[in-house]
Design a protein around this ligand. Structure first.
Ligand code: SF4
Length: 267
């Protein structure tokens, strides 16, 4: 059985949500423009490191979404996002702070770790390279608002970075955040993950897998205003028994009923 960060994180967000997605086969429809743009932008970044025309790759990939009935963040349009993406690529290139040697090997790096004879954990790291000359693990993020940088040390608590540090054994980690706003910005955020954090994360993975395999899927989303995760959860239609909300947000993976795809890793 293979596990990924997304699976563990979905379970920790709400075990019921994990069941809807991984056991019952419900998936969110790919109609979020921001998410699709993020994928197109990552392809463009890969092209940049391969010394190809990254703007052309962004245009090509993002054109695949043109004309689709997508949900755009407030005030955004297909054209505006493309323009911001090109400006971000230019800014990133001008900054020249990130270096990736042998991009074929060091981009989208697959790393696996055995947890037990029957369990394996797998991750795809965006890049392993250098930020300002220092070797580190890198994650790309596209967003419409800046990532918070205060209080100092906040980034070291990022669970995805801790996970990737745990699976690779690399202590130095960084996020490169591409902020789509009126004046685009690239944030370069770096931190170190300690041995203690990596050990704790390993225990968290083992504990979570144990709970998943014990079929513990009680909902514990938290229901308090204003940070009620249910209000933004794509699976709310299932939890409320509302067919209209299910149809609007979800599709069911064909053949999910037979559970035969449980061994297949999904992100
Ligand atoms: S709607 Fe709430 S209870 Fe239901 S899966 Fe989502 S977070 Fe969990």
């Amino acid at each position: 059985m293979r596990y990924s960060y997304t699976q563990i994180s979905q379970y920790l967000t709400c075990p019921r949500r994990y069941r809807h997605r991984y056991l019952d086969g419900w998936r969110e429809k790919d109609t979020r423009a921001a998410m699709l743009f993020g994928r197109a932008f990552e392809s463009a970044l890969a092209a940049f490191f391969r010394r190809e025309d990254s703007a052309a790759v962004l245009f090509r990939e993002w054109s695949g979404c043109r004309g689709q009935d997508l949900q755009y963040p407030k005030g955004d349009t297909w054209d505006r996002m493309l323009q911001q993406g090109i400006q971000l690529l230019e800014r990133f290139c001008q900054d020249g702070r990130v270096r990736i040697r042998q991009p074929q090997r060091n981009l989208q790096v697959k790393v696996t770790r055995s947890i037990s004879p029957n369990h394996e954990f797998v991750a795809y790291i965006d890049a392993i390279g250098y930020l300002d000359g220092r070797h580190c693990l890198l994650e790309w993020k596209t967003t419409s608002s800046r990532y918070p940088e205060e209080p100092e040390g906040l980034l070291a608590l990022d669970p995805q970075l801790v996970c990737y540090s745990w699976i690779t054994g690399i202590a130095e980690v960084a996020q490169v955040v591409f902020v789509r706003k009126r004046l685009v910005e690239v944030q370069y955020l770096r931190t170190s993950i300690t041995d203690g954090q990596r050990q704790e994360f390993g225990q968290l993975v083992e504990d979570t897998i144990h709970r998943i395999e014990s079929a513990q899927f009680l909902p514990h989303s938290g229901i308090r205003f204003p940070q009620n995760p249910c209000s933004t959860c794509p699976y709310i239609g299932l939890c409320l028994g509302r067919r209209d909300l299910v149809d609007a947000a979800l599709v069911r993976r064909p053949g999910a009923e037979d559970l035969g795809w449980l061994d297949e890793l999904t992100y």
